[in-house]
Design a protein around this ligand. Structure first.
Ligand code: SAM
Ligand code: SF4
Length: 355
């Protein structure tokens, strides 16, 4: 049997030991060459996942990262502390892979809550099993949650995620709301399959009192099957939702907020649309990312990463780690360039970066 080579791996980013920070202004914050300042930190804590969404993971899952290569809970707490105290980060979101796959999630969140009191600590999750952990996570210090759900049709869900776990996800959403994680936001990735059930999904979210946002699919799938011409865009979604709901544009409260909001049926409920591809918001991007292996990644689409874990484990001080992070941000790309002629998807897929 011949083995087929597929572009499916945890990814081989170009890890830099140093960064060229010439011309960088003497600012303690995470500034880049385009005048943006990063205040929103995404921390991926694992590559593992309980689902296999086709737009993200390969069917067999990502190759497992050996435990010693993952940041420990204490290392995450230390880096989050540096990001907030020394670099001006104002919001921290845990992601993955699936953050609920880590048993020390509560410990990690508790440590961060103690290290950076008053800073919102949120999580992006698929909600499988959240039903049993929502209360404990709130007690640890979790303040908000974004839950991924693309359809409320069980067969469609099983097809899209390659797992029949819709009941657990719906129970997780309800448990999150009961535990006081407000507002609960639901994210759906726009695909032809999502479009078919988009109005039902919106109705379910309206009934459950949770806020739904649709996201245009980006070329971040491990299978590299994304196709610009076949992509469902925000405009098409609006046409489909418009057949069942009266929608009125509200716009964005904050330019760095990726979602454009639409009032549903005269309000007060809204639905958000994140047009990451057709109306990208790179010019206002305020994100910095830490991968599960402890590299800083300034843009989803740039494989250049800066290794904080190696520095941290060889005894770097907080000041040295903060300087490395500032250097990484200084070289952040202007934008994702999906529509430019030479565009190539990054080595790492969404699940390996941390969305
Ligand atoms: N497992 C968690 C979840 O699904 O919410 C957290 C990790 S997941 C990678 C983070 C977010 O990325 C989810 O909202 C997911 O829908 C989104 N995502 C994954 N692949 C994507 C893609 N190709 N385009 C757009 N969003 C994507
Ligand atoms: Fe897992 Fe989230 Fe990726 Fe789906 S989007 S496969 S739930 S990491």
């Amino acid at each position: 049997m011949t083995a087929t080579l597929r572009p499916v791996s945890i990814g081989l980013p170009r890890v830099r030991a140093t960064t060229d920070a010439r011309d960088r202004p003497d600012s303690p914050e995470l500034v880049d060459r385009f005048g943006r300042v990063a205040r929103d930190l995404r921390v991926s804590i694992t590559e593992k996942c309980s689902l296999r969404c086709t737009y993200c993971m390969p069917a067999e899952g990502l190759p497992s990262i050996p435990r010693q290569r993952l940041l420990s809970a204490d290392e995450i707490v230390r880096l989050v502390g540096i990001a907030v105290r020394d670099l001006g980060v104002r919001e921290v979101r845990f992601t993955g892979g699936e953050p609920l796959m880590r048993r020390d999630l509560e410990e990690t969140i508790g440590g961060c809550a103690a290290a950076v009191p008053g800073i919102p600590l949120s999580m992006t999750t698929n909600a499988v099993g959240l039903e049993h952990r929502a209360r404990g996570l709130v007690d640890a210090g979790l303040t908000r949650v974004n839950i991924s759900l693309d359809t409320v049709d069980r067969a469609h869900f099983a097809e899209l995620t390659r797992r029949d776990r819709l009941p657990s996800v719906l129970a997780g959403i309800r448990a999150a709301a009961r535990a006081g994680l407000a507002p609960v936001k639901v994210n759906a990735v726009l695909m032809p399959e999502t479009l078919v059930g988009a109005a039902d999904l919106l109705q379910w979210c309206l009934d459950a009192g949770v806020h739904l946002r649709f996201i245009e699919e980006m070329p971040l799938d491990a299978d590299q099957a994304w196709d610009r011409d076949a992509m469902v865009d925000a405009q098409r979604l609006l046409e489909v939702l418009g057949e069942r709901f009266e929608l009125a544009a509200v716009g964005r409260d904050d330019p760095a907020a990726p979602a454009e909001e639409w009032l549903v049926g005269g309000g007060p409920a809204t639905v958000g649309i994140i047009a990451s591809v057709t109306r990208n918001f790179c010019a206002d991007c305020d994100r910095t990312r830490l991968t599960a292996e402890g590299t800083v990644r300034s843009c989803l689409f740039s494989d250049a990463e800066t290794d904080l874990r190696a520095a941290l484990r060889s005894g770097a001080t907080d000041t040295e780690l903060a300087d490395l992070w500032r250097g990484a941000m200084w070289t952040k790309w202007a934008g994702h360039g999906i529509d430019s002629a030479g565009f190539a998807p990054p080595q790492r897929s969404m699940g390996a970066i941390g969305g």
